[in-house]
Write a protein that binds this ligand. Structure first.
Ligand code: CA
Length: 381
């Protein structure tokens, strides 16, 4: 099988109701999709994570200008070699951020090609699945103009519970006193049952995060995600030694080299690489091996549209329980419930909550089919 073309599709659409997290207002949902065409007629799909504040055209330009010339004529089965070549070429200008973000989309598409060619889901090519379904947690709770908190967050939590979610993650990072009042208020409003996490998107320094951690100790918070800056490994280590609440981060870290220090210095309780940003399957399976060697669980960050969601489920299927036991601690699926006009339509609505769980797609490749009409509807580049 040889690669004959690499196509990029940039999709974007404004949101009727913009929402905020601690770093700014999200006014549109966007993505950059890669389509890898081959001489056997097999086509593979991949996606770059597009954060709410990130222009998707950056990843497109990297794919088209820097990476595509390396790949035309190559065999997707050489995926490991191709990954290292892409990384080596771009290392001087892109070890973190937009470049691994673009490489991720290509890598996911190459694995999709391999799976479709073999007639097997990607998780089978990666060594098999530990599970056929995964417990999702609802990501949402963004701030919307004109609403009041915690009251409207409690109402949102009840909607997630009614759908079958048993775990959810609050957006925080809006001020120490405000966050403490909010977290305690939501916990009181929903009761003791649901698993509750909080995410500040690195809005704090160590001192501020420490005050929040101490004040919410009795609220049974499962993890505190990105309390502080993704550059501050020492700060994470300091916080981790002060609290029984798990510390989680990783959506702003990239490649096995980037994760190496976080893992070996034991700075986190939970690692959150994003498959669509940290380097795709090829790199994230290596991050997973490093994490396993240091006995640290991975619960991936997921905020992509349907292609990235399907790919992330394939990856989650392969994550070994850490540790393996009769009743192991299982990874969760981050299931974004915030407004996204094409997340589901792009994959014909193929991924859903069923009895509180989400099935790992079992079809070839990523296990979902792409709706080209949706690509044309939202195309901006
Ligand atoms: Ca996050």
């Amino acid at each position: 099988m040889r690669i004959t073309d690499i196509r990029t599709h940039v999709l974007s659409t404004p949101l009727e109701e913009p929402f905020a997290f601690s770093m700014g207002w999200v006014r549109q949902r966007s993505t950059m999709i890669v389509e890898v065409c081959t001489d056997t007629g097999v086509t593979g799909w991949g996606e770059s994570l597009c954060h709410g504040l990130q222009p998707p055209q950056i990843a497109q330009t990297i794919v088209q200008a820097a990476l595509k010339p390396l790949l035309i004529g190559q065999d997707p089965a050489d995926v490991d070699v191709l990954w290292e070549r892409m990384y080596n070429l771009t290392r001087p200008f892109g070890m973190k951020g937009a470049v691994p973000n673009a490489i991720s989309a290509i890598d996911i598409a190459l694995w999709d090609c391999l799976g479709r060619e073999a007639g097997k889901p990607v998780h089978k090519l990666l060594g098999g699945a530990w599970r056929t379904r995964v417990q999702p947690y609802a990501t949402g709770f963004y701030r919307v103009e004109g609403k009041s908190y915690p009251e409207d967050a409690v109402a949102e939590a009840r909607r997630h519970l009614a759908k079958g979610f048993t775990a959810m993650k609050l957006k925080t990072g809006f001020g120490v006193e405000e966050d403490i009042r909010y977290i305690l208020g939501v916990r009181e409003g929903i009761g003791d049952g649901p698993k509750l996490m909080i995410d500040a998107n690195h809005a704090y320094n160590v001192g501020a995060a420490r005050r929040i951690l101490k004040a919410i100790e009795g609220a049974d918070i499962h993890w505190f995600e990105e309390p502080i800056s993704p550059e501050d490994i020492e700060g994470y280590k300091e916080l981790k030694s002060l609290t029984s609440i798990y510390l989680a981060a990783g959506e702003n870290e990239f490649t096995k080299i980037g994760f190496r220090d976080w893992i070996s210095r034991r700075a986190l309780d939970i690692l959150q690489p994003d498959l669509c940003s940290a380097g795709g399957f090829t790199e994230c399976r290596k991050i997973s091996a490093l994490a396993q060697a240091w006995h640290t669980p991975i619960i991936p960050h997921v905020w992509a549209s349907g292609i990235g969601l399907a790919a992330s489920l394939q990856f989650i299927a392969t994550l070994p329980p850490a540790p393996l036991a009769l009743k192991p601690i299982e990874p969760l699926l981050e299931y974004d419930q915030s407004l996204h006009p094409f997340r589901q339509d792009l994959i014909h609505g193929a991924i859903n909550l069923r009895d509180g769980m989400v099935d790992i797609p079992q079809g070839p490749g990523l296990g979902v089919e792409i709706n080209r009409d949706v690509i044309e509807k939202y195309r901006v580049g």
